[in-house]
Design a protein. Structure first.
Length: 674
């Protein structure tokens, strides 16, 4: 076993989709940069990614396409692996939840939890979001829809096995409160404690009977293991947990960090830790929930036709430009906005003007003034010492920032050296020194310092940009691998004088931003049209398949009729509702939410506080004075930690438009609606 320090980093295993956009690449590129950095600084690294391939949605999509679920996911997984290859993702293992090594251990985990009484059989009735594969309680819904994706949910009732989350609730609260580093950034910690744990956990449904595409429960094959017990276990099944070959588990677990998008922090900081507590295993050291990379105007969406294809961008501008932009543009942890214009401007500014220009000027001057041989430095002046001191101070600052996942700030530190080196050229004016033979020694010192800075820069950027360091080293004539290690940055002056440089092509060609924006827009429009055409073809194929399968069609019609009948209510049921006219006294935005507004309502002589998900449709100022309809006898619920005492009614159409139901001004607040 290696005596190196170990570092285990994971990304979430991606749900198979036939269109991964640039936002999906964001998490994995960040994880890859960290894995490369840790390897560079002497760690024994395990970097895991993969695909989560079970569930009702996959089963439905495969049926619609006329293939088996396994055939469906095999095709998509091949595309995901090709994308990671294109993005230079250096994962050490890629796990698929359909692999035998995973399925067998998930069954062992389920059986162990059942045998010790942490899983029990019952009946589940709740609201289910198929796209998110998540169950929600009535109080967790936002305007009757999934609080994560905003789409419709369906009421599901079936026999199921449950996991006793509530049993471990207090234990997890105490752990989180005593381990500040466990959930990062801190805002995610507060959200989990205040919105989910302290209000109280309900036991978790961990099996399904309404579909078959999943891992069978080992002692009850009518059930399949529900997605989160299945998917979350990958972090230890990939290491050989509960097998005879568990060397990797003993070596790498607990994970140093699970890197996840903020939308799945809840699963990784509540369900997963409680699973591990129940199994008697250590918890991961940290879960880091980063923000979203979104387009101006909203999240990237295949249905909206605004997906940014990373393949197009990489093929057009190179993988290093895209990796650099993703890691530099947005502080990791916060939401960021992607735009083609921001990408192109960042390439021209940082990569062309700063780094590319420094390489081109330095190599050209060594080639011109010293016949391509890196000169011997001589006596140093203050300006030389300043540059050298900055160069040797950068690595330690980068390490500190990387340990906090501050990728953008780490790159900003490296760019301080690049900027200082460019300024150094302007200060020392080597082209002027070259005209005076008596200044040749001074010229040699200047060009040596610049060449050595380039060597150090090539090492510093190597975790972030995978191709550029090799190109810089090739032009500097570096063949000794010891000059490309992190340890080689400890002192200035490692580059041997007399090394022959080799002028090469410009590393980053300048872009015509207006021309590129126009061409990217045309590419996106063509892709959107193709997507719409494919969607129409797919819809036609679905209808044909449904018509051909009369039994399935009849079953669905019967199911629809049953649901309609189940949804019908009597006049007595309606009488249970207490609908009242309420006047909006004040309204304000809910902190850290772009959906919710907190309203103070006058209901006759009473004042009520209601939280409503209408912030996208109304400003607080528009609401004050309106008379709305309140469901006054709805059980109070907490949204974002705020108690909501009822619900105001609104209408929505198929296009997503929303309008509040209001009454005439001559109706007094508190009036009953019957």
């Amino acid at each position: 076993m290696s005596d190196k320090k170990t570092f285990y980093i994971t990304t979430p295993i991606y749900y198979p989709s036939d269109k991964l956009h640039i936002g999906h690449a964001y998490t994995t590129v960040a994880a890859d940069a960290m894995a490369r950095f840790k390897r560079l600084t002497g760690y024994d690294v395990m970097f895991l990614t993969g695909t989560d391939e079970h569930g009702q949605k996959i089963e439905r999509l495969a049926r619609e396409k006329g293939v088996t679920p396994k055939e469906y996911v095999d095709n998509i997984v091949a595309g995901i692996k090709e994308l990671w290859k294109l993005m230079d993702i250096s994962y050490d293992d890629f796990i698929r939840t359909t692999e035998e090594r995973h399925e067998k251990v998930v069954q062992k985990i389920f059986k162990k939890l059942y045998d010790q009484g942490d899983i029990y059989k019952g009946e589940y009735q709740g609201w289910y979001c198929t796209p998110c594969e998540s169950f929600w309680t009535e109080r967790q819904l936002v305007d009757g829809k999934c609080p994560d994706c905003g789409r419709k949910v369906e009421l599901v009732k079936e026999e199921a096995y449950f996991f006793k989350l509530s049993k471990y609730q207090q234990q997890l609260i105490e752990y989180i409160e005593s381990h500040d580093e466990f959930i990062q950034p801190p805002s995610r910690k507060n959200e989990m404690l205040n919105n989910f744990l302290r209000p109280g956990l309900e036991d978790l449904c961990v099996s399904r009977t309404s579909f078959k595409w999943g891992i069978p429960v080992p002692f009850d094959d009518k059930h399949v293991v529900y997605v989160w017990i299945d998917a979350l276990s990958n972090y230890i099944t990939a290491l050989g947990y509960m097998t005879d070959a568990d060397e990797k588990y003993r070596k790498y677990w607990p994970a140093d960090v699970h890197l996840v998008g903020k939308e799945i922090v809840r699963f990784h900081t509540i369900i997963w830790p409680i699973m591990l507590m129940a199994l008697g295993e250590p918890l991961p050291k940290q879960v880091f929930g980063h923000g979203w990379l979104v387009l101006e105007g909203g999240k990237m969406s295949k249905s909206k036709g605004n997906v940014v294809d990373p393949v197009v961008l990489v093929e057009r501008y190179g993988v290093d430009a895209i990796r650099y932009f993703l890691l530099r543009e947005v502080p990791f942890g916060a939401d960021g906005v992607f735009s083609n214009e921001a990408l192109l401007n960042r390439i021209n500014s940082d990569l062309v003007n700063d780094l590319g220009n420094l390489v081109n000027r330095t190599i050209a001057m060594v080639d011109r003034y010293f016949d391509g041989l890196i000169p011997q430095p001589a006596q140093l002046e203050d300006v030389d010492m300043e540059l050298r001191q900055l160069a040797v101070s950068i690595p330690s600052r980068v390490e500190q920032l990387m340990d906090r996942f501050e990728f953008s700030n780490a790159l900003a530190e490296i760019w301080k050296l690049i900027g200082r080196a460019n300024k150094y050229i302007d200060e020392t004016t080597p082209w002027v020194l070259a005209k005076d033979p008596s200044k040749r020694s001074r010229l040699g010192t200047v060009l040596y310092n610049l060449s050595e800075c380039l060597r150090m820069i090539s090492v510093l950027v190597s975790p972030f940009m995978t191709r550029t360091p090799g190109k810089i080293c090739q032009q500097l004539g570096i063949r000794d691998e010891s000059l490309t290690t992190w340890d080689s940055l400890a002192e200035f002056g490692k580059l041997p004088p007399g090394t022959r440089v080799q002028r090469g092509e410009v590393i980053f060609p300048r872009l015509d931003v207006e021309k590129e924006l126009k061409e990217l827009e045309e590419i996106q429009q063509r892709a959107k049209q193709a997507s719409q055409s494919n969607s129409e073809t797919h819809t036609a194929a679905k209808e044909e398949a449904r018509a051909a399968d009369g039994a399935v069609q009849q079953e669905r019609q019967d199911d629809c009729q049953q649901k309609q009948e189940a949804n019908q209510i009597s006049i007595d049921d309606f009488a249970k509702l207490d609908l009242r006219v309420a006047r909006v006294v004040s309204a304000e935005a809910v902190e850290k939410s772009n959906k919710l507004l907190k309203l103070t309502l006058e209901v006759g002589g009473e004042t009520r506080q209601v939280v409503s998900g209408i912030a996208k449709y109304y400003t607080p100022e528009q609401l004050v004075g309106k008379k709305v309809i309140l469901v006054a006898n709805l059980k109070p619920a907490k949204l974002m930690g705020i108690v909501s005492e009822g619900m105001i009614l609104a209408a929505t159409d198929d296009k997503g438009n929303l309008a509040l139901l209001t009454v005439d001004h001559d109706i007094a607040s508190g009036s009953k609606i019957s």
